[in-house]
Design a protein around this ligand. Sequence first.
Ligand SMILES: Cc1cc2nc3c(=O)[nH]c(=O)nc-3n(C[C@H](O)[C@H](O)[C@H](O)COP(=O)(O)OP(=O)(O)OC[C@H]3O[C@@H](n4cnc5c(N)ncnc54)[C@H](O)[C@@H]3O)c2cc1C
Length: 477
Amino acid sequence: MSAVLPVIIGAGPAGLRAASALVEAGLRPVLLDESPAAGGQIYRQPPAGFGRSRKTLYGFEHKKAQALHALGARLEQRLDYRSGALVWSAQDGTVSTLSDGRVQTVPYTHLIVATGATDRVLPFPGWLTPGVYTLGGSQVALKYQGCSIGKTVVFAGTGPLLYLVAYQYAKAGVRVAAVLDTAQAANGRAALPGLLRAPALLTKGLYYMGWLKAHGVPINSGVRQLGVLGNDKVEKITWKQQGADVLHELACDAVGFGYALRSETQLADLLGCRFNFSESDRAWLPERDAFGRASKTGVYLAGDGAGIGGADAAELSGELAAYALLQDLGNDIPAARVQQLSRQRAAMTKVRRALDHAFPFPEDWAAQAEDDMVICRCEEIRVGQLREAIRFYGVSEINRLKAVCRVGMGRCQGRVCGAAAIELLAHETGMDVAQVGRLRAQAPIKPVPVSAFAITHMAGSDTPRQATAALRGDGNV
Ligand SMILES: Cc1cc2nc3c(=O)[nH]c(=O)nc-3n(C[C@H](O)[C@H](O)[C@H](O)COP(=O)(O)OP(=O)(O)OC[C@H]3O[C@@H](n4cnc5c(N)ncnc54)[C@H](O)[C@@H]3O)c2cc1C
């Protein structure tokens, strides 16, 4: 029998739980993560000597963070954990990584993709002004670098992360001048019955809002048409209330913004997985069965990378994906545990729906986007150029739009601008977001310096040939 080579990409809650289940079953998986330490986004570990306690850093989640970090530490000797390994391509039994400035290839027979999510970005005038960050980026600055994005900060957009990050900043002593939420207060009230299914989550959310209000942080809901003023740094934020014409403005020197999260799906795409449109994520996501099996044999999907569900759901889905892998290898799996995980996950999916109602996507964003606003910062493409290209070439599909005007063709490969470009294309053509398609992934999915190929080549390894083949996408090594 040929050797089993399980590889997991992502050492967040999903990847670590998957690793744990595989290790318990006697396997020794390779665990790859581009970060220096395990934990993923929510439980990102600070650098050594950081100086802030875990309780301060992770708040209500500190026990879960501690448990997951302890799990990672316990597993370290029992698997092949490679931190600082960025996966930039994956196909046909091989994962390509960039590690210590070198490209390498890692063979696999079974692959669990648990790559998480990033902020969903909807640009606004002035969003490229120094001092504007995503919500996730703002949180990373605080959690990982122990610094604030500014002295007087406004947080804008929508989603649970909006209030959490505002609270974390205010608690850390930063002046939070306002929270600007595109959701209406009525959305939250309507979502209450659904949110009552998760009393702990609801209590935390209400606590953050209550704490902010009690500490004098104004919370504005139903906000539209954000704008940032300032030349070489943020000086003011402006906005209107939905349906009103008055322009409000507020002095600040930094802005954190985001509209919930978007799944990192590029590797599933390169692997040839089938995608389905998800109404609640407003995006095409890789198809998976109840355990996390992808349509491609030997590939499993777990965590936020396969659909946004949050950290607890990510842990469950990681464990389930590992059981699917073990089952496919002919192992018995613990039926009672699987049933319990599936039940918990179904309950969490209902809560996720309620959160979508509480923080709806601002569907009118595209209609309000101004022509001179940059939408694709890598290629400096403006909204007006997209509109013109759509009309001139009669474009109705997102990859065609990319081909004619380079939107999504730069360093971020559409990870930042993709969602907004799709919204705009759908609005201009009068089509559904689902109909205009999804940006197809290309290797490398994240920037790889050319020097990495040269260094690897000089070191006498044959991996550049493999890497070049992966880049070409032909799989011929
Ligand atoms: C910036 C940010 C901050 C967040 N903060 C909070 C919070 O404070 N509270 C909360 O409840 N939720 C938060 N969330 C949501 C929460 O982090 C997720 O729901 C949860 O972490 C999902 O777990 P996961 O294992 O699926 O993914 P993640 O925790 O995101 O883990 C994915 C891992 O994969 C790695 N990875 C991704 N791509 C590659 C690649 N190509 N090569 C190698 N490694 C790769 C990443 O480095 C990461 O460690 C945050 C999300 C983001 C994006």
